[in-house]
Design a protein around this ligand. Structure first.
Ligand code: PLP
Length: 424
């Protein structure tokens, strides 16, 4: 192979990506020894930083025991222990975990379980899932159908479901001020239009990540929505793939509100990137009719509940607890937002700084007074993120604007980030 030839399909086929050599803490180093401060944990994933020996050791010990087991033949110890730890840690009756390999698969599993739940309860006509604009639930067909993300849907519209979407909670660009009650009325109207007898569940990211640049709904928002969902017998699926496992300063971001979901999806920070791992966690009352009925979850993948991935997840969970990192995400996040607000004041293009804990968004605008976005073809998020990477700082590009016309980036460093790492 010629030196500059690559046979790997990369996100942008013609871009010259640096090749990573290793990571340590909040920094990554390429083959030329250049240092990058990982201010977005890759894809909001590496929440305990790179090279944590305890996690690597746990993975090594597990890998030595067995290479693979299939879930219809064996259960395994790390998966059982991780499921138990999650049941202890998560709120309400969220006590049963189904492990998969990616956030998209966790969404697909949540869709299937919620449809199956209503079948087992004798209501097979409840098959639709509602969602919001400015949302992202994954790239597979079912998950993308529910994602209100213009750019990621566009090419595939023809094969996606076309249900109406609920408005996103987006204070920076709201035409009029909207309270939780207003959104609840809109949801109620949408449900009546479609027919509650046809709807199985509603899915939402408690704090919107890549599709909205860290949108934080106001007080009472989820309480108001949950009330409407309960009135109409509709399950609440909380997509915590990006926000879960401490990222926003609580174990789950939904805990910033007083509304307990029926199903939660986890990914990214669950294994902090040490191995592919995600989970769909369901409450007792969701599993019970399935157990009493067909007693079978009609979903799964070859690598579901993979022992190596679950061992990594278990060690990450232990590390986060031992070092009290969820609290740390809350405190250093608060300080980081203050610092970024100073940058907003000084900058001509940072229109808004928002977020919670260590999930922080900067929305870029052409004109701060009018909030006019940059033209789409200026590709402003890509330009900023690429230039930052050239200068050794990793940021995550994100979408903004009610119709995806805006741009922003996410700042979401590892919870372990130190002042020294930030200033090096
Ligand atoms: N849900 C949310 C909220 C996400 O942010 C993502 C990925 O960014 C997904 C689901 C899909 O996860 P994955 O990329 O692991 O399939």
């Amino acid at each position: 192979m010629a030196k500059d030839e690559s046979y790997l399909i990369k996100p942008l086929l013609d871009r010259n990506y640096p090749c990573v050599s290793y990571g340590k803490g909040a920094a990554l180093y390429d083959m030329d020894g250049k240092r990058y401060l990982d201010a977005c944990s890759g894809a909001v994933t590496a929440s305990i930083g790179h090279g944590v020996d305890e996690v690597v050791q746990a993975m090594y010990e597990q890998a030595r025991k067995v290479s693979f087991v299939y879930r219809s033949q064996f259960t395994n110890e790390p998966a059982e222990r991780l499921a138990m730890k999650l049941a202890e840690q998560l709120p309400g009756q969220l006590n049963h975990s189904f492990f998969v390999n990616s956030g998209s698969e966790a969404t697909e599993t949540a869709i299937k379980i919620s449809i199956q739940y209503w079948q087992e309860r004798g209501r097979p006509e409840k098959t639709l899932i509602l969602s919001r604009w400015m949302s992202y639930h994954g790239i597979t067909q079912g998950a993308l159908s529910l994602s209100g993300h213009y750019e990621r849907r566009q090419r595939f519209e023809g094969m996606l479901d076309r249900l109406p979407f609920l408005s996103p909670p987006y204070p920076y660009r709201q035409v009029r001020e909207m309270s939780g009650v207003d959104y609840a009325e809109e949801l109620d109207h949408l449900i009546e239009q479609i027919g509650p007898h046809r709807i199985a569940a509603f899915i939402a990211e408690p704090i919107v990540g890549a599709a909205g640049t860290a949108l934080v709904p106001g007080e009472w928002y989820y309480e108001a929505l949950k009330q409407v969902l309960d009135q109409h017998d509709i399950l609440f699926i909380c997509d915590e793939v990006m926000t879960g496992m401490g990222r926003t300063g609580k174990d789950l971001a939904i805990e910033h509100w007083d509304a307990t979901p029926d199903i939660v999806t986890l990914g990214k920070g669950l294994s902090a990137g040490y191995a592919p791992l995600a989970a769909t966690v369901v409450a007792d009352h969701v599993l019970e009719p399935i157990q009493a009925g067909s007693n079978l979850i009609m979903s799964g993948h070859t690598f579901s509940a993979n022992p190596l991935s679950c061992a990594a997840g278990l060690a990450v969970l232990h590390y986060v607890k031992k070092h009290d990192l969820v609290k740390r995400a809350a405190t250093i996040g608060e300080k980081l937002i203050e610092d970024l607000q100073e940058i907003q004041t000084a900058s001509a293009i940072v229109g808004d700084v928002r977020g919670k804990g260590l999930l922080i968004g900067l929305e870029f605008v052409k004109n701060k007074a009018t909030k006019a976005p940059f033209p789409k073809d200026a590709q402003v998020a890509a330009v900023i993120v690429n230039e930052a990477q050239r200068q050794g700082l990793l940021l995550y590009p994100s979408a903004a604007g009610l119709k995806g016309e805006g741009a922003g980036c996410l700042i979401a460093p590892p919870f372990t980030l130190t002042k020294e790492e930030r200033c090096e």
